[in-house]
Design a protein around this ligand. Structure first.
Ligand SMILES: [Mn+2]
Length: 326
């Protein structure tokens, strides 16, 4: 546990001081954003039933089943405490234009980009904001208790950000937090089932996407998705996130790229680059991109550059295989 006890105390004492608390999170919310938002809301309501707690922002597409947002008006912000979850940058807060001179609390697990809150609780070793909130509840010495509903929301957040415990951000602390949520009747089966569900359209798109996988030497794979392919199949760019990891499931694939044609362009692509070992960040920065060693984004402006990017990936993989004596 790396969150200081004093920060937990400060959080609880601020919540205690306000009658109205508004909880925000980032735009284009994922299950961690919504799960931590509604999980914290349910926890505050459970422990302070007289307080008004509002969840602000627009619900994310495809995760409406997780819960509902509240209608929050400008006047609700008067004398309210505002808590911002899972968002490292003020500009990315959904509904930030409503926030006035409120006391702000940030709770997040991303690298610190900027300081914008009066109290900032950031723990980058947490898999998810939901895990971080769970750990604070666990260590609140009985001041915050969990309802089954809150436990279920927080469970959804952890499952979302860990890719169902498959990603490398999954730690012993993650499982300890989940064990605690299970002890408080988190409805794990229901959440797992919902997370695994697809519409027929999404399933058909997956099968189309699989057909677009191309294999190159040294364990490079690509998938190219044209705008026309997306519109024809009723798919949004966000919706294609679900197929990003498909090429990586192939045994022989070490690194892969999803090329998504940009809107209103002919042959300009946004590239999502992923890796199971080689450092592909070095490739991303050569093509107007960046990110992390195992997951980066880049941009290519024509088919020639697309080919160059693939060539660079083959080189990086070749070097990686050589270093490993394979
Ligand atoms: Mn998150």
């Amino acid at each position: 546990m790396t969150v200081k006890q004093s920060l937990i105390e400060k959080l609880i004492s601020l919540i205690d001081q306000y009658d109205r608390i508004i909880i925000h999170r980032h735009i284009n919310p994922d299950p961690d954003a919504i799960g931590s938002q509604l999980g914290l809301k349910a926890t505050i309501k459970h422990n302070f039933p007289d307080k008004t707690v509002l969840a602000a922002g627009k619900m994310g597409k495809g995760i409406e089943w997780l819960g509902r947002m509240d209608n929050v008006d400008r006047q609700d912000y008067e004398d309210a405490l505002v808590i911002i979850l899972d968002t490292p940058v003020f500009e990315r807060i959904d509904g930030n234009d409503h926030i006035q001179n409120n006391t702000l609390i940030k709770i997040d697990h991303h690298l610190v980009v900027e300081h914008f809150a009066d109290l900032e609780i950031v723990e980058i070793l947490s898999s998810s904001t939901a895990e971080l909130i769970t750990k604070m509840i666990m260590h609140s010495q009985g001041q915050l208790t969990l309802s089954p509903q809150a436990a279920t929301f927080l469970y959804a957040g952890i499952v979302g950000d860990t890719g169902r415990f498959l990603h490398s951000n999954t730690t012993q602390a993650t499982f300890e937090a989940v064990a605690y949520l299970m002890a408080h009747q988190a409805e794990n089966t229901q959440i797992n089932r919902k997370m695994n569900e697809l519409s027929l359209n999404e399933l058909n798109f997956q099968s189309f996407a699989i057909d677009q996988i191309e294999l190159y030497e040294k364990g490079v794979a690509t998938m190219t998705l044209k705008q026309a392919d997306l519109t024809q199949r009723g798919m949004t760019v966000d919706g294609t996130n679900a197929v990003t990891n498909l090429p990586g499931r192939l045994k022989e694939v070490l690194t892969w790229v999803i090329f998504i044609e940009k809107e209103d362009s002919h042959g300009e692509y946004r590239a999502r680059i992923r890796s199971k070992g080689p450092n592909i960040h070095q490739v991303a920065i050569q093509f107007n991109g960046g990110g992390h060693e195992m997951a980066s984004g880049a941009n290519v402006y024509d088919d020639e550059e697309k080919k160059e990017l693939i060539d660079q990936m083959i080189k990086v993989n070749a070097q990686f295989l050589k270093d490993q004596n394979i």
